[in-house]
Ligand binder design. Sequence first.
Ligand SMILES: Cc1cc2nc3c(=O)[nH]c(=O)nc-3n(C[C@H](O)[C@H](O)[C@H](O)COP(=O)(O)OP(=O)(O)OC[C@H]3O[C@@H](n4cnc5c(N)ncnc54)[C@H](O)[C@@H]3O)c2cc1C
Ligand code: SF4
Length: 510
Amino acid sequence: MKIRHLVIVLGDQLDLEASAFDGLDPAQDRVWMAEVAEESTHVPSSQPRIALFLSAMRHFAQALRDRRWPLDYTRLDDADNAGTLAGELHRALARVKPQGLVMTAPGDWRVLQSIRGAAAAASLPLEIRDDRHFFSTVREFAEHAKGRKQLRLEYWYRALRQKHGVLMDGDAPAGGQWNFDADNRESFGKQGPSDLRAPLRFVPDAHTQEVLDLVKTRFADHPGRLDSFGWPVTREQALQALHDFITHRLPLFGRYEDALWAGEPWLYHSQLSAALNLKLLHPRETVQAAEAAWRAGQAPIEAVEGFIRQILGWREYVRGIYWTQMPEYLERNALDAREPLPAFFWTGTTDMACLRDALTQTLTHGYAHHIQRLMVTGLYLLLLGVRPQEAHQWYLSVYVDAVEWVELPNTLGMSQYGDGGIMASKPYIASGKYIQRMGNFCKGCRYDPGESTGPTACPYTTLYWDFLMRHEAMLAGNPRMGMQVRNLARLAQDKREAIATQAQALRDAG
Ligand SMILES: Cc1cc2nc3c(=O)[nH]c(=O)nc-3n(C[C@H](O)[C@H](O)[C@H](O)COP(=O)(O)OP(=O)(O)OC[C@H]3O[C@@H](n4cnc5c(N)ncnc54)[C@H](O)[C@@H]3O)c2cc1C
Ligand code: SF4
């Protein structure tokens, strides 16, 4: 019998309710999934990231088989695996001979091009359906962006809250304000975090163990480690992880959203990004669970609004930016940054205590929370003047939640200011003093955040002043940078020269 549709399911589309499955008829359609090396090698994907994708795909394949949906699945270690998505699809088309292809819109530009190319080469119709996983469509975002000189999160976020009735009391925002950011910037103080409870981690089952063994041998030279792998790889586990967060960490999420603490990788963050991005978890159920906790008096409004802003706000916003700006976005470099990525980003070997901690936990778990990504690793690369494309490749490689549609705008736009202000109204720059204020790293560091020159000068502080000097003319035109530019004007010429020399030495050291 002729196969009607080959239903394409990618490694980050693991949702049984996805639009690709609408109208699926097991008698005449077939689902297609493929593990291919290219997805782990087009950037040097970390071992935890590869393991998470492969394990979640294999568990999802099992869920499809349990439904008795016919499945064409290629494993990475299958002898004749073509190694690329397009190559594997080409082989599947020759084998299955479907009359057409159906899929939910892929998240990444590169993948869309490769699937379109394979369908065109086989002269087969490709039906791409909207991704219902998100609250908004890219068309809605494009409509919102039309005619605006500047795109800002806040207006988009408010519009989505109103449209979807999230945290609303009638027409008014719940709690009387749209935004509780001002309450969400505390550091821990000398005593450090209290009531920290270890998050739920999942012991690898047989499927995951098999994947861990495969990754250890096949990708032995890739960064990262697997000994503490415990990410949710099924929908059931993702729901348990959501429940664990809502019950134990959401109440303090907002207050300490921006805080740092040595040796504490998770703090009060949800660690749900990977499950969300693989579509094991739906943003709607995540947002609803948080709002329900507030309405039941189990979490304060500032925590709940802060958390919902990340998902309903930032996550939808960066997706809109990505799809309305690609593919040119990938090449943008507004600050003309040309330095290579420092080699120690792949090993964590550095004397900078804050950076060492962020890099080490990144390589160990494939995770760092937002302020570590933005104000520790990202800040260092921005101040050093690293090419945004190299920064992008690093972030896309190392994190378990890294998929390009969300990673690229965050890295190139928000963190590196490579888009010249589409994502952020000013470069996120700070000296070592900011890191000192937000955590406890500087006490255990051989550098001094108050010094910008000399043997104990904190590299962040040196590079901060050097960044201001290098970009003074551009920054002077930005009203939000006024105070920093005025402070720079007070710096004596000999100090400026000493800073520039020390910054160059840091760049030369790599
Ligand atoms: C340089 C850089 C690179 C990043 N790369 C990625 C990436 O590859 N994948 C990714 O999902 N996020 C990325 N982020 C955003 C954010 O740092 C992570 O989503 C977050 O740290 C994940 O941890 P969590 O689940 O504990 O988040 P929480 O702090 O608990 O936040 C809750 C959820 O909100 C969403 N969220 C929070 N901040 C953002 C944001 N800025 N953009 C989009 N969604 C957000 C995530 O889904 C997250 O799970 C990046 C940020 C920066 C600065
Ligand atoms: S002194 Fe500088 S490098 Fe050291 S921990 Fe503080 S901010 Fe980081």
